[in-house]
Design a protein around this ligand. Structure first.
Ligand code: SAM
Length: 430
């Protein structure tokens, strides 16, 4: 992980609107600028949506012309950055997001909180940021009453974020936004399945689509944690970048809706020979109302390949992995608004402006109803073919009447609703 290790002597780091005085061994990672730029852009769009919904539910007029970045908005968002390090992220949130009431910049480390306090003063954002020294879980458990809940919680820990999920899910407001980073990619990508199962409740498979798989494992884990408290997730955006994954999910309360959770998770069966994969939902849940007005739940148990059956394409046995989140990982309406907002901003305001535009444009094209993807090089390798040009292969699928897209997580990815038999047929005739 490329981390700038800050020496004993103090130095000044500038990132967009914020200037950070960093000293001692407080964590600062310049590579995460893309993560921070993305989060700021998402929160600007989310703030308008969420505050409008809240105003409507309380029957009060909504006027976002009063939202100014850097100024306190009395009805604005309460944000918790639970693991804040230098406070850089919180300071940028304060200066670059319109519609903020308060940001709690918390860290367990005494040195980190001293650095947060100094940086808050240096950037003159005392009106918006409250530094806090506490264990993130304790702070969140002490904030579960309605008036103390947060509208936004940002979890950006070292490695796996799961130990913070129970606290975050209980202290977030209904409809609030949870932003979660996971950097333990080796675990999520299937290098140590036993560790992944222990941490995330999922058995990963070593697949070429491991980056999207990592996102789906994390979403599965957040959803199952949420279900314990009668809550469920609505993913707005899920990004795989550099050495980490980052998801932006709304958390809604609704015991009845939790019953559908089973239909949003799938097991994966991957052939040990040709690596063809098939997803099997854990169940098809249908909730209906009886003549007497009672709610009635029906489960359909799906059938399909299993570890014992042979692959229909090459005859080998299957590996089984999962469960993973198999519903959409983005909300395309949200992504469209996000992209428009970014395109309207001057290039100089976000250091990673062009990268954001590029990644989000691919995200906007991704087929939402097709989980995971194949990688063309691997398919060619199985059939011992010379490299097939990806654009020509995509055209062949389109001509055969199927939909196809890339995934932002891999450059040679093929996401398609074509049955795998069609993919193999096209390649065999190449
Ligand atoms: N969000 C920061 C940013 O954007 O620059 C980086 C956070 S850094 C990856 C993780 C931080 O979590 C460290 O500063 C560490 O001191 C803090 N930390 C670790 N365990 C914690 C806990 N239980 N409660 C609060 N903070 C914790």
């Amino acid at each position: 992980q490329p981390v700038t290790s800050i020496g004993a002597s103090e130095r000044v780091i500038k990132e967009r609107s914020a200037e950070i005085i960093a000293g001692g061994s407080v964590f600062y990672n310049p590579v995460q600028e893309f993560n921070r730029d993305l989060s700021i852009s998402v929160l600007n769009v989310f703030a308008r949506r969420f505050l409008k919904e809240r105003a409507q539910s309380e029957n009060v007029e909504f006027d976002d012309s009063t939202f100014v970045a850097g100024e306190k908005c009395e009805n604005g968002l309460r944000i918790l950055e639970a693991l804040s390090a230098t406070g850089l992220r919180s300071i940028r949130y304060a200066k670059e997001i319109a519609g903020v009431r308060e940001i709690i910049a918390n860290d367990l480390s005494k040195a980190a909180v001293a650095s947060i306090s100094e940086n808050v003063r240096h950037n003159a954002v005392e009106n918006l940021i409250v530094p806090s020294q506490s264990d993130a879980m304790t702070l969140m458990y002490l904030s579960t009453s309605n008036e103390k809940r947060f509208d936004v919680i940002d979890l950006d820990p070292y490695g796996c974020p799961n130990r913070f999920l129970d606290g975050a899910l209980q202290s977030i407001a209904n409809g609030g936004l949870l932003l979660v980073t996971a950097t333990d990619m080796a675990v999520l990508a299937g290098n140590t399945p036993e560790a992944c199962y222990a941490k995330y409740g999922c058995v990963p498979l070593r697949m070429k689509c491991c980056h999207e798989m990592a996102l789906r494992i994390l979403l599965h884990s957040i959803e199952t944690h949420a279900n314990r408290y009668g809550k469920y997730i609505e993913p707005l955006l899920s990004i795989s970048a550099d050495f980490y994954v980052r998801v932006f999910v709304r958390i809604h309360t609704g015991q009845a809706k939790c019953k559908y959770s089973m239909s949003k998770q799938s097991m994966i069966f991957q052939c040990t020979g040709c690596e063809t994969f098939t997803l099997q939902p854990l169940g098809n849940v249908k909730v209906s109302t009886t003549d007497k007005g009672k709610s009635q739940t029906k489960f359909g148990i799906p059938t399909g390949p299993s570890v014992g059956t042979n692959c229909e394409h090459c005859g080998h046995k299957h590996h089984m992995g999962g469960p993973i989140w198999s519903n959409p990982i983005h909300d395309h309406g949200f992504v469209k608004e996000l992209l428009q907002t970014i395109e309207e901003r001057p290039l100089c305001e976000l250091g990673t402006h062009r990268r954001l535009q590029g990644v989000l444009s691919v995200v906007q094209e991704e087929l939402l109803d097709v989980p995971l993807y194949y990688v063309l090089d691997k398919l060619c390798c199985v059939l011992k073919l010379e490299n097939v040009p990806v654009l020509k292969f995509r055209s062949a699928l389109l001509h055969a009447g199927y939909r196809v897209s890339f995934s932002h997580a891999s450059k040679n990815s093929i996401k398609t609703d074509a049955p795998t038999s069609v993919i193999w047929d096209i390649l065999r005739c190449w």
